[in-house]
Design a protein around this ligand. Structure first.
Ligand code: CP
Length: 307
């Protein structure tokens, strides 16, 4: 198989294990390209891609833009904060105006769950979900699993603990789908108020003691407290959260094994993760960012072929 089973990447839930393996194999090739002196290939020459971001982003937006440029695509960038959305334009009108400039693919981040799914029913271009509200962030999960595969040789059979604000996290849901499809065991760990009520129905283990989660896992994927999505108080204070759920070097030193520490970024240093862990030999946080470009090149290249 050399084609994806889908023409959009809306979520990990919708794609097959074979799709994920194909993306990884393609990303392996692009990672090799990215380590050459000339890092550009002509694969998407004549393809125009619009990056449409209705929510803040550093890593994802830059990573997609770099991936597109490395593939020789023509790129336009749209950010809602300085656009006519502020004058009341609808999502469909905004996107149709962009598409009338002959755009082939749309990479979209939006604060509303399902926004890219809605768009995929109304436009012809391929759509890549770059994060929709608290729902999915598929390319983040792909780059996370790809980084585990690179570090540990395989994802199958590995124990991954996702620790932190699971309730508001699109990274958590996409990671659960992706890791399970690849044969990993998944645990979620956090205060009871930050775990969705029915999370157990996804077949994950549940833990509220972070030291027990660290003892159990091979990989700890630590998530940010998403204060911007919290309208009520889910815990008394950041200081208290850090005391009970923050990960520091002493906790890793107490383990009788080495574990890998990941974080999708942006990190709240001193809250969910201390610098003595984030910057340590346990951390693969910057490798995740590096792998993001190869993964996004693979996704865009394969979707362009699925036209
Ligand atoms: N990991 C991630 O999605 O980061 P940004 O919000 O900076 O894109």
């Amino acid at each position: 198989m050399s084609q994806l089973s889908t023409r959009h990447l809306l979520g990990i839930k919708d794609i097959s294990t074979e799709d994920i393996q194909l993306i990884f194999e393609t990303a392996d090739n692009f990672k090799e390209v990215l380590n050459r002196p000339i890092k550009k290939v002509p694969s998407l020459r004549d393809i125009t891609i619009a990056n449409i971001f209705f929510e803040n982003s550093t890593r994802t937006r830059l990573s997609f833009e770099l991936a597109e440029k490395r593939l020789s695509a023509d790129v336009i960038n749209f950010s809602s904060s300085n656009s006519s959305v502020k004058k009341g334009e609808t999502l469909i009108d905004t996107v149709n105006n962009i598409l009338s400039m002959k755009v082939d693919m749309v990479v979209m981040r939006h604060s509303s769950v399902g926004a890219p799914h809605f768009l995929s029913k109304h436009i012809k271009a391929n759509i890549v979900n770059a994060g929709d509200g608290t729902h999915e962030h598929p390319t983040q999960a792909l780059l996370d699993a790809f980084s585990i595969r690179e570090k540990l040789g395989d994802v199958a059979g590995k124990k991954v603990a996702i620790i932190g604000d699971i309730l508001h996290s699109r990274v958590a849901l996409s990671n659960i789908f992706c890791l399970q499809k690849l044969g990993a065991e998944v645990m979620v760990c956090g205060p009871i108020t930050l775990l969705p009520k029915h999370i157990g129905s996804l077949g994950v283990k549940i833990e509220h003691d972070v030291e027990k989660a660290l003892q159990w896992c091979d990989v700890a994927n630590v998530l940010r407290i998403q204060l911007e999505r919290q309208q009520i108080k889910y815990f008394p204070s950041l200081r208290e959260y850090s005391l009970y759920f923050g990960i520091n070097r002493k906790m890793l030193d107490r383990l009788d094994k080495e574990i890998v520490v990941m974080h999708p970024g942006p990190i709240n240093r001193g809250v969910e993760l201390n610098s003595d862990v984030a910057d340590s030999e346990h951390s693969i946080i910057l490798q995740q960012v590096e792998n993001g470009v190869a993964i996004r090149m693979a996704v865009l290249y394969l979707l362009a072929g699925a036209k």
